[in-house]
Design a protein around this ligand. Structure first.
Ligand code: PAF
Length: 282
């Protein structure tokens, strides 16, 4: 595995790969890698000649009162996981390399897709994501880029950006990886106290239960939303940020459950904000 810290070094390596016709798979991350990231790298390894993984805690996607400084970091552990999954190039850029002095260009997907769900409580978040992902796509020019379905809204927003801006890259969304008790893997799970961690499995339980109700014939989105909210509110240390039932592709609100349905939730456990979702084909 080659470890590079600058855009210039990355470009040299990828130019060489392109010259001999190799395909490139790209996994953008913010580090503190876990089995969810491993599954993305694993898939990229299966489908491409060269696998690039970036680790960059992107400041522009954090709000002023969010956890940018506290965001967990462990580059040595990240490199071990990347090696184990067969990464060819590990890219660890600095904030100054990505956003040099005088940086002034941002990429925004407008409209409800970025304003709903997480966009409501994290204004500016998706602008930061689409800006950094555009830059990373320009630097890596991947054939395929791999994202976790846990961030379902992020996947939808990036697909929209790729389509609107004619990026020549295939977006591959990979299934959510869960702990044995159902909690979706997230680097932020590390913030949870023992009690919060034990209770956090109630979030996915509420989603699994909702899926069963829909599969059994329930089609009323308001009724389902209220039911999930009730289940999550019953968890001692949990506060609902949102429960939304939307079209999985457009993220538009649904009244009646039909088509590819996404049930997405954000929940605060103490100061930790967790997201999770489930898709149901109706
Ligand atoms: O999903 C993430 O870890 C980040 O949002 C991403 C895509 C690496 C952009 O910073």
């Amino acid at each position: 595995m080659q470890i590079v810290h600058t855009k210039a070094q990355l470009r040299v390596l990828l130019k060489q790969a392109r010259k001999i016709g190799q395909s490139v798979g790209f996994v953008p991350t913010m580090g503190y890698l876990h089995a969810g990231h491993a599954s993305l790298i694993h898939r990229a390894r299966q489908e491409n000649d060269v696998v690039v993984v970036s680790v960059f805690v992107n400041p522009t996607q954090f709000g002023p009162n969010e956890d940018l400084d506290a965001y967990p970091r462990d580059p040595d552990k990240d490199m071990a996981l990347m090696r184990a999954e067969g990464t060819d190039i590990a890219f660890f850029p600095s904030a100054d390399d990505i956003y040099p002095a005088g940086y002034a260009t941002y990429v925004t997907v407008e409209g409800p897709m970025t304003q709903a769900l997480c966009g409501r409580s994290r204004p500016g978040h998706f602008r930061g994501v689409t800006t950094v992902v555009s830059k990373l796509f320009h630097l890596t020019t991947p054939d395929r880029a791999y994202f976790g379905q846990k961030d379902a809204q992020q996947v939808a927003v990036i697909r929209q950006m790729v389509s609107d801006l004619d990026f020549d890259v295939q977006i591959v969304a990979c299934p959510i990886v869960r702990e044995p008790d159902g909690l979706a893997l997230s680097s932020r799970n590390t913030y949870l106290s023992e009690k919060q961690r034990a209770q956090a499995s109630g979030i996915s339980r509420a989603l699994f239960e909702a899926r069963e109700m829909i599969l059994a014939g329930q089609r009323d989105a308001t009724l389902m939303t209220d039911h999930i909210k009730k289940r999550i509110t019953a968890i001692d240390s949990a506060a609902v940020d949102y429960v939304s039932i939307v079209d999985a592709r457009t993220l538009a609100d649904l009244d009646t459950l039909i088509g590819e349905v996404l049930i997405a939730v954000a929940v605060k456990m103490g100061r930790t904000r967790l997201i999770d979702n489930i898709r149901v084909e109706v």
